[in-house]
Write a new protein. Structure first.
Ligand SMILES: NC(=O)NCCC[C@H](N)C(=O)O
Length: 403
């Protein structure tokens, strides 16, 4: 339960974390098979019960440090109690282009009568053709699809709540996700933020239908200073559009657009770099000297001026108005560094300055962080990590105290 007396607000990556949106993995993970896991962006087939246990333990670590945990499925069910949300949810679930007019109409009319919990389940876990309600009359679409094909796609990547929405100051930006397997997450988050009683009054930053942006690329380096990774998921147009939006709303004065390699291992900026203290990051060694940044600032008359590129660490320190942004030197040999980067060693979630959650398997990265004075709270992630995402990816901070 989130403390409802204090409105959502996030101004930094490391201010004491007070409230967070997580998604406990559910039946949507049971949809993964060796035939569809690549398309659904998982590298293997997770053991679902164990993934849930790992996630419960993650949530307990956060609660143990005074963080209110809001679970996405609960939030969605609550939002869908509103009739308008329910109708929008039915609309979001049914794709006429996939089902054809007749089947789409009959599924819409079926879903209109299900409970908010039932509709939430369909929105998250999807529906196969054999699970469709039996309808009278013949449908070519029903006949020509395999019973196990998806009539409504599942959303196994809901687990990574970081990517689908991001709070910047007192506004929420709902992502416009790039990969087809994740696009419908936008509609789910839109329902939650529009209709959940706790969020209904939240102002929006950025339009959900703008150019692609994913939250894993958005980093709140300091109040008013954002870094946005531009690579496989967030486009330059997305970064520029978010920059314009935060400048117009007066919630940021500088945005750094950071080119990152377009590969699965580096799909978001937070796969190579996360903040562990107000002036320190943990960073993949290969990125340390190669990351650059374009600096965007408002012109004052509605425009945006662009400077650079410059080395990322230099541009970041200047924008943050600090002498330097420290890189915690994990000092790893290239092979260990590559292995631990793949396993989200650089993807830590800060609970406060100098206190982070990290996957326990990244033994060497965690040891070096501890040696540098960072407290690492280890969590198991053997199953959670099968979708390639660590503690930062699996969390959307909703409220942090000021630094
Ligand atoms: N911020 C992140 O790096 N999130 C991890 C997302 C993993 C997910 N399987 C995806 O490919 O989108």
């Amino acid at each position: 339960m989130i403390d409802e007396t204090t409105p959502p607000r996030v101004d930094s990556e490391v201010g004491p974390l007070r409230a967070v949106l997580l998604h406990r993995p559910g039946n949507e993970l049971k949809r993964l098979t060796p035939r569809n896991n690549d398309q659904l962006l998982f590298d293997s087939i997770p053991w679902v019960d164990r993934a849930q246990d790992e996630h419960d333990a993650f949530a307990e670590v956060l609660r143990g440090r005074g963080v209110d945990v809001l679970l996405l499925a609960d939030a969605l069910r609550t939002a869908l109690e509103d009739d308008r949300a329910h109708a929008a949810g039915v609309h979001a679930a049914v794709d006429d282009r996939r089902l054809g007019g007749d089947l789409a109409d009959s599924l819409r009319s079926h879903l209109s009568g299900v409970s908010s919990a039932g509709l939430a389940e369909v929105l998250m876990a999807g529906m196969t053709f054999e699970e469709l309600p039996s309808a009278e009359g013949a449908s070519l679409v029903r006949m020509m699809n395999h019973p196990h094909d998806f009539a409504v796609d599942p959303l196994p990547n809901l687990l990574f709540t970081r990517d689908s929405s991001v709070w910047i100051a007192d506004r929420v930006a709902i992502s416009s996700l790039t990969m087809p397997a994740r696009r419908r997450e936008t509609a789910v988050l839109d329902l939650i933020y529009a209709y959940h009683p706790q969020f209904r009054h939240a102002a929006r930053a950025y339009g959900a239908h703008s150019a692609p942006i994913e939250g894993g690329d958005v980093m709140l380096l300091a109040p008013g200073v954002l870094a946005i990774g531009v690579g496989e998921r967030t486009t330059a147009a997305g970064a520029e559009s978010l920059a314009r939006s935060v400048f117009a709303d007066g919630i940021a004065h500088t945005v750094l657009a950071v080119p990152i390699e377009q590969s699965r291992a580096t799909m978001h900026l937070d796969t190579v770099c996360t903040m562990v203290d107000a002036d320190a990051v943990v960073m993949y060694p290969l990125a340390r000297d190669s990351l650059t940044a374009f600096t965007l600032r408002p012109t004052g008359d509605g425009g945006v001026k662009v400077a650079g590129p410059a080395p990322f660490l230099v541009a970041a320190a200047e924008a943050m108005e600090i002498d330097r942004l420290r890189v915690i030197d994990t000092g790893l040999d290239p092979v260990t560094a590559e292995r631990e980067q793949w396993d989200d060693g650089n993807n830590t979630l800060a609970l406060a300055p100098g206190v982070v959650v990290g996957y326990e398997r990244n033994v060497e990265t965690n040891e070096r962080l501890e040696a540098a004075g960072i407290e690492v709270l280890p969590i198991a992630g053997s199953e959670l990590g099968s979708g390639r995402g660590g503690p930062r990816c699996m969390s959307c901070p909703v409220r942090r105290d000021p630094l």
